[in-house]
Ligand binder design. Sequence first.
Ligand code: PGA
Length: 224
Amino acid sequence: MKKLFITGNWKSNKTIEEADQWVAGFANLYKKKSIKQEIHIILCVPFTLLYFLKQKIQKLSLPISIGAQDISQFGDGAYTGAVSARQLRDIVDWVIVGHTERRRYFGETDEMLQHKVMQAHEHGINVIYCVNDETLPVPPKVSIISYEPNWAIGTGHSDNPVHANRIINVIKKKSGVDVAIYGGSVTPHNVKLFVDQPEISGVLPGGASLDPQKFFDLIIGASS
Ligand code: PGA
């Protein structure tokens, strides 16, 4: 079985109490059924939950790596509201950069995103870089590319897996990045269709990562 990355993206959801319940639910399911070694689980959560979840996951020995959903394009200093790579590096292994919602609602440009990738790379944080199509530039030093067509995010209408595979093939060739995943309305029911495609090395579920049972089913579905 090939190595697969299942990257949950909680977006702006969950309080500490709700995150605590999620971990308890996930741990319960994991006690009953193991997860294959080839599956790499990354959970990208709001800044407010990073430290709490990292500690919980360590305590319960869950096979989950923690990631942030954003990172400052600047270093430490007078940048009110921003969280720098140096602040994040002890807590996270991963960060999502360039998610379509960051581009759309926060006006993030390709140039800003390139600085974010540089900051993450300088501090040893792996980048999952999101693109909506094969025309968007991909900066150097990206670990994983996530192809997420705009119209598929949060709509319940996922891309056709064969089409996603074809676009991902083009993106990989153009960028030189050899690990790419698919995002956009991934569910426990359709995950296998995506990960079975030769160029696709995992998925990035948003909505389906919020419920521990659904997320666990999705992980098991990917490896079945
Ligand atoms: P969704 O989100 O799974 O809710 O469509 C995907 C994403 O965040 O890219």
